[in-house]
Design a protein around this ligand. Structure first.
Ligand code: SF4
Length: 281
């Protein structure tokens, strides 16, 4: 029987739930909460439930990393699948691709499966926001779900996360080796042009799949469905654009006002520009 928790002001047992994403921050948080970090053993939570909301549009490396994390934790990670996948909701939303302004993917493929899984139970949800981040992400607002940010509470920043992963032997997710900054769907719109180009080079078939979701109606400005704000993915493959993007490396995302295509695309946002706490990143 799980103990009651004073956070909820009742005697009902509280569930402790940690959504892992297959990325570095949530993995470091999982190790912290498993009591693996020397000097921070007091964070240990033995009855933690580890969850992964699987959109079925994830990178292969994400599954591989989750399997290694599971072994490292010695605890099972439960995979949750949305009742209906991306293609279903893509139709329901009339062909609109998700975007930072309309992030139906996070709601339908991440948040809803998580909320359905925990039901009305009192839950503490552990979210991997680092101490050096001030972004706001998607979290559940249901009254029975309270949120904690252990990395922040422990003062663990980007360097701290890297150190935890290296010390544990888990290391960084392997998708970071070819240029992807974060876990999440293969076609996540938070990707930078640099990441899109590297996706193309690493998994050309997944890039093609992403391109197939785009559609541009030349007669209707309201029906321009592209992953990037101003141009289709095919524009990244134009040799001079591609070359400039790859040459630019990792830089802060600039303002796009009055910039040419190459000038806009030739940059790569930093990790801190991305905000998706359940898909996280
Ligand atoms: S990873 Fe990106 S595309 Fe996938 S659910 Fe999260 S925000 Fe949406």
């Amino acid at each position: 029987m799980k103990p009651p928790d004073s956070n909820f002001g009742s005697d009902e047992p509280v569930r402790h739930v940690l959504n892992v994403s297959g990325g570095k921050d949530s993995s470091a948080m999982a190790l912290l909460m498993a009591g693996r970090i020397r000097g921070l053993e007091h964070f240990r939570q033995d009855d933690m439930e580890y969850l992964f909301c699987d959109t079925q549009k994830e990178l292969p490396e994400t599954y591989e990393y989750l399997a290694r994390l599971e072994a490292e934790l010695g605890s099972k990670i439960t995979y949750l699948n949305a009742k209906a996948g991306f293609d279903h909701w893509h139709k329901v939303f009339g062909g609109y691709l998700p975007s930072p302004q309309n992030r139906w993917c996070t709601k339908m493929l991440k948040l809803k499966p998580f909320e359905a899984h925990v039901g009305d139970d009192p839950v503490i949800s552990y979210v991997g926001l680092r101490a050096d981040e001030d972004r706001i992400g998607y979290i559940s607002t249901k009254p029975n779900i309270k949120t904690r940010y252990p990395l922040r509470e422990a003062g663990i920043d980007y360097r701290g996360v890297i150190r935890i992963l290296e010390d544990s032997g888990l290391g960084l997710p392997t998708f970071m080796k070819w240029g992807r900054t974060n876990s999440g769907c293969t076609f996540c719109f938070f990707q930078t042009p640099y990441e899109w180009v590297r996706l193309h080079d690493t998994y050309p078939e997944k890039f093609q799949e992403a391109m197939h979701y785009e559609s541009i109606d030349p007669n209707d400005p309201n029906k321009q469905f592209t992953w990037m704000e101003n141009a289709p993915l095919s524009s990244l493959l134009e040799p001079s654009v591609r070359q400039q993007i790859l040459a630019s490396g990792i830089k802060k995302k600039p303002s796009t006002a009055n910039k040419s295509l190459v000038a806009v695309f030739g940059h790569h946002t930093s990790d801190a520009d991305v905000a998706c706490l359940l898909c996280q990143k």
